[in-house]
Design a protein. Structure first.
Length: 148
């Protein structure tokens, strides 16, 4: 795997995190957008890259590591967008998308919020590493079925 592919994966992950950061603040689709961020961002990005022919997964380890990178970077980008957006919506417009998140962000210390964000980014990396593995496994299964 070359450095330009890793940069492309990082940029796409950041873009997915930014888009889902804005979508999570929308009232009725916020929960679904957060679920996509935590669980399915690796599947989405790996599928797009494989369809474009930019990525060829060769091993389980490679797919898991790429999935973990996608999960971590997308959640960090999500946090950079979502947290200030929630604070702005609460302070300026007196509107909260999720009362617990709004309460935690307004009453917590910066370092606690940073620690929680990093913990959730590692959690997202773990889940997306597993879904990256599943993407590799399902792709290989489809290849075997087509060959038979």
């Amino acid at each position: 795997m070359n450095l330009s592919l890793i940069k492309l994966i990082a940029m796409m992950s950041g873009f997915i995190g930014i888009i889902l950061g804005f979508l999570t603040a929308v009232p009725y689709i916020g929960g679904f957008a957060f679920l996509v961020l935590i669980c399915f961002s690796a599947i989405i990005e790996l599928t797009i890259l494989m369809k474009l022919g930019l990525l060829e997964l060769e091993s389980v380890q490679e797919s898991s590591v790429i999935g973990a990178i996608i999960g971590f970077i997308s959640f960090i980008a999500f946090s950079i967008i979502y947290m200030p957006l929630v604070i702005i919506l609460l302070k300026v417009f007196k509107y909260h998308t999720n009362y617990g998140v709004s309460l935690a962000l307004t009453n917590s210390n910066f370092w606690i919020i940073l620690l929680i964000s990093l913990f959730l980014a590692i959690f997202s990396a773990t889940i997306n590493a597993f879904t990256g593995f599943l993407t590799f496994y399902i792709r290989e299964l489809i290849k075997d079925i087509k060959n038979k």
